[in-house]
Design a protein. Sequence first.
Length: 108
Amino acid sequence: MNVAATAFASLSLAALSAGGASAQPPSDMDYLRASRCRGIAAGLGADAAAIDAYVKSAARGRMPSVQDRADQEFAKAKREARGDGKTRLQAELAGACAPYAAPATSTS
């Protein structure tokens, strides 16, 4: 399970560093990861306002199938957060999810 969490964090950081330099909209994978982070935050009772804002802005123009998958990721992560493994999920929220909780920066 640690390998999966490490891979998830690495992919998140790589995608964000590549996407942070351009004005391109978030990819479907970023949107799905942010939805998972939103579910973790909701399940742990953490403040999810910034992640909610990110997910809301990233949802625009998504295919219904991608939005449905994001809803599934949110629900699954929220269930996970209510069970065992809270320490791992808190670390994920503080690590891999941190970029989605950061305030958006304007390049104009």
